[in-house]
Design a binder for this molecule. Sequence first.
Ligand code: SAM
Length: 248
Amino acid sequence: MALSVDLTHRRDEPEWLDRTDIDPKELESVLRDLARFNQAFLGHYPLLRWLGKAIRAAPKEAPLTIVDVGCGYGDLLRAIRRWSSQNGFDFNLVGIDLNPVTIRIARAATSAGDRIDFRAMDIFELNPTIQADFIVSSLLTHHLSDDEISEFLRLMEQVARQGWAVCDLQRSRLLYHFIGLSSRAARLHPMITHDGQISVARSLRRAEWTQRIAEAGLSSKDVEIRWFLFRFLIGRLRHAEQTPQIKQ
Ligand SMILES: C[S@@+](CC[C@H](N)C(=O)[O-])C[C@H]1O[C@@H](n2cnc3c(N)ncnc32)[C@H](O)[C@@H]1O
């Protein structure tokens, strides 16, 4: 194991998940294992907590529309549906992913009662097709170049009526090795280990998020950056007084 891995700069190495020629059965088992990984390491907690506070503060004349971009297996949206059922809210839930096979897999993993509208689409085609109150994404931004991340932030700012939040990994040597060890120990699909470590190496540090936010033309006052267990949540609500506080 190369303990001396160099994470000074974002790495530009493709992930297996970004390939277009993946066998659908194998893709399904990787997405299922990624959902297990998310669950075991509280991967959805920062976004669920942010959304919970944002939604409680939001006007609700009509059911809110929440869009998850790069939704993968759809596990975050199903968790949002469970939360909404338990808390007496009704939402329109939309999942978007670039890969049509992933979208088919997410549909098959979701019961009709969850009422999730899954669509195969590139995030950069969001506007003006999608009407959203909140846009969220998990483990998506490290797939994008620096310029694309700034563009994505600008896009969400244009499209999301009430706010948006992204959650992604922190580029950290400790996390890099932890993902390698824990995914092997949990016997997750080898691609989780491979992509997990590349994901860490492609992820941003806090100062880099600050730069992307500035490049997107957003004021640092309006966008919060929160750290939770080697992840950053970057969140923006339209009204500063509604900004939720997530403890570090
Ligand atoms: C690492 S997976 C994360 C899946 C899920 N959000 C999660 O937290 O487990 C990243 C997903 O983003 C999707 N993706 C990458 N680039 C995209 C783009 N430009 N537009 C939409 N989806 C994209 C990929 O197809 C993949 O399913």
